[in-house]
Design a protein around this ligand. Structure first.
Ligand code: GAR
Length: 213
């Protein structure tokens, strides 16, 4: 079976893409700054001009830019995709992290970063892929949900799973309270995974992400 070592590039330079408030991005940036992740956040990009992720990153001294996504609602157009790739390459990025980036990335983008593109999803995949997964879990009546960190492939939330953490759904939960509890778990698990990747502790055997520690 083909085994892919996912950390050949050193030092690790992270590019983070997000559309929202950026709590995952900040957790990762703070873990880098504290020395818990042996990597540097080289660039943050948002498709939303006034997204919190841009302001929080700049407050931390991280270069953060808005790059227009083009006319489509759910993906980047070709010009935008080229702009995203060249901004990340110019910044020396070798691992791309999606942190609440609400657009689908196509094969051209993914092939530009053979080290990997990683995403955090607010449910236990393969359940509740797509949008507002915490709301899907609540509406479905699930008693447990959680979050998943996974490599990105060309499907929607279908790439190899690296780590998951479970979160209970409580009887009194609203969509907002459940999402907040999931996000607490996200802020634990995502920095942990990025640290393990940067230390070369994760290896991909087919679909299996194997932790070597
Ligand atoms: C997170 O909960 C993340 O899992 C979710 O968006 C939120 C972003 O929050 N991502 C998706 O739903 C992707 N389909 P943040 O901006 O505070 O990191």
């Amino acid at each position: 079976m083909e085994e892919r070592q996912v950390n050949c590039a050193k030092p690790y330079r992270l590019g983070i893409l997000g559309s929202g408030k950026g709590s995952n991005c900040m957790a990762i940036a703070d873990a880098c700054a504290a020395g818990h992740i042996p990597a540097q956040v080289a660039l943050v990009i948002s498709d939303v001009p006034d997204a919190g992720i841009l302001f929080g990153s700049r407050e931390r001294g991280i270069k953060a830019v808005y790059i227009p996504p083009g006319p489509f609602r759910t993906k980047l157009d070709e010009t935008a995709e080229r702009s995203y790739v060249s901004a990340l390459k110019d910044a020396g990025v070798n691992l791309v992290l999606l942190a609440g980036f609400m657009r689908i990335l196509k094969g051209g983008f993914l092939r530009a970063f053979p080290q990997g593109v990683v995403n955090i999803h607010p449910a236990l995949l393969p359940t509740f892929p797509g949008l507002e997964s915490w709301k899907q879990a609540l509406d479905y009546g699930a008693k447990v949900t959680g979050c998943t960190v996974h490599f990105v492939d060309e499907g929607i939330d279908t790439g190899p799973i690296i780590a998951q953490e479970t979160v209970p759904v409580l009887p009194e939960d609203t969509a907002a309270s459940l999402h907040a509890r999931i996000q607490e778990a996200e802020r634990r698990v995502y920095p942990e995974v990025v640290g393990a990747l940067a230390r070369g502790e994760i290896c991909l055997q087919g679909r299996q992400a194997v932790w070597r520690k």
